[in-house]
Design a protein around this ligand. Structure first.
Ligand SMILES: Cc1cc2nc3c(=O)[nH]c(=O)nc-3n(C[C@H](O)[C@H](O)[C@H](O)COP(=O)(O)O)c2cc1C
Length: 255
């Protein structure tokens, strides 16, 4: 039995959570990076006896559209799966129910779900430095429970009752398209690492607003910190969610 870790993590917060949830696994771990635009998803082999851990960030309370599209091409072949939604301490709304539906539509059996908090990838003043020590401790506790129940056969398919609604809330883009400033040296790393292939390698200054998913991966990857989003727009957005983000939210396990 191998564990297949399937992660969409443009700026690394979701990956951190997935790694904490996976590190105690004693068997083989296969990693699938859904942020990689060149990934051949149909080649990924998942067998019924495998366990999949599928982790995505919450974007506007939903599964990011691009991640949903890529996940939809997987073949679960009846494997058990643990779904994970990572959010920036505002809310994750319908992300887990949507992720459960996506996973089950491609043949996985959901046995457990986790919501976890990581630093907000646009508004870094929210959930700064998370997952922190307290989160790590909580998440490690979840792992123990999940794997203890998995090995004793207590986890049953499709059992977790999850918060969220169907139909899901309307998906909306953040509308923040990063641009390069004068510090750009034209290395092209942004274009190479963009999960949405929204940056033309021959014109790195901006990105295609129709393709850009505002994931901030190009901002994080730029070795010269040359890519930025409109500061006034970010400040306005941060003010709008200030109240919702003011209290520390905990991580949750649903079995
Ligand atoms: C476009 C976009 C939309 C987001 N929407 C939400 C949201 O609705 N609620 C929330 O709490 N955090 C939200 N966040 C924060 C991310 O869910 C959080 O920072 C997550 O850890 C990012 O994952 P990553 O580091 O793997 O890219 C959003 C971030 C982005 C880029």
């Amino acid at each position: 039995m191998k564990l297949v870790q399937i992660v969409f993590s443009p700026t690394g917060g979701t990956q951190k959570v997935a790694d904490i949830l996976t590190e105690k696994w004693t068997g083989t771990v296969t990693r699938v990076d859904l942020s990689d635009g060149n990934l051949a998803i149909s080649d990924i082999a998942i067998e019924q006896e495998d366990v999949a851990l599928i982790a995505v960030p919450s974007y506007g309370g939903r599964v990011p559209g691009l991640a949903a599209q890529r996940l939809g091409k997987l073949k679960g072949n009846g494997a058990k799966c643990i779904i994970v939604c990572v959010y920036g301490n505002r809310a994750y709304e319908d992300t887990l129910v949507e992720l459960k539906d996506i996973a089950e539509n491609c043949g996985f059996q959901t046995v457990a779900a986790v919501s976890a908090v990581a630093e907000h990838s646009i508004m870094h003043q929210y959930a700064t430095g998370r997952p922190d020590e307290k989160d790590i401790e909580e998440l490690q506790g979840f792992v123990e429970t999940i794997f203890e129940q998995l090995t004793t056969g207590k986890l049953t398919a499709s059992a977790p009752e999850l918060p969220g609604n169907r139909p899901y809330k309307k998906a909306g883009g953040a509308g923040l398209v990063p641009k390069a400033d004068k510090n750009c040296i034209g290395c092209g790393l942004c274009a190479k690492s963009c999960p949405a292939q929204a940056i033309n390698p021959n014109n790195l200054k901006t990105a295609d607003g129709k393709k850009c998913i505002s994931c901030m991966r190009c901002v994080v990857k730029c070795p010269r910190s040359a890519r930025k989003v409109n500061g006034a727009m970010v400040s306005a957005a941060a003010l709008a969610i200030k109240k919702a983000c003011s209290e520390r939210k905990g991580n949750e396990l649903f079995l």
